[in-house]
Write a protein that binds this ligand. Structure first.
Ligand code: FES
Length: 128
């Protein structure tokens, strides 16, 4: 290998290492959802999960938890009805209990909403 070839190969390898390091650093960082101090016990809110899908976040005395807002029946987007404390699907009247592992309580769905792993890290609620 001549000098020019050596320099080109070295530059490409260094670029690949830097790009790879940047990509892994981005992938490893948790997604911030909301500041914990702005989301007290008893709060709920919709957010966009790391995969781009809608989701719901809850905070109770026992901690924080979240579910995908994609209905497990046929994929419509559920909404949280605070008065009834249920995640309700508008398509076929499916209903899920966010305070009981997202289990279906009414309608045609036969499995719970998908859980999303969240935690409190410093002053942020993050998706792991
Ligand atoms: S798509 Fe949600 S109940 Fe059918």
């Amino acid at each position: 290998m001549n000098r020019r070839g050596f320099l080109r190969t070295t530059a490409l390898a260094a670029g690949a290492m830097i790009f790879g390091r940047t990509q892994s650093a981005v992938a490893a960082s948790p997604k911030r959802i909301v500041k914990a101090s702005k989301f007290p016990v008893g709060s709920s809110r919709k957010f966009v999960a790391a995969n781009g899908a809608p989701a719901f976040l809850f905070r109770t005395k026992s901690g924080v938890f979240a579910y995908s807002a994609i209905c497990t029946h046929q994929g419509c987007t559920v909404d949280y009805l605070k008065a009834g404390k249920k995640l309700v699907c508008p398509c076929h009247s499916g209903s899920f209990d966010p305070f009981n592992s997202g289990k279906p309580v009414a309608g045609p769905a036969d499995r719970p909403l998908d859980k999303i792993s969240v935690s409190i890290s410093k002053d942020w609620i993050v998706q792991a």
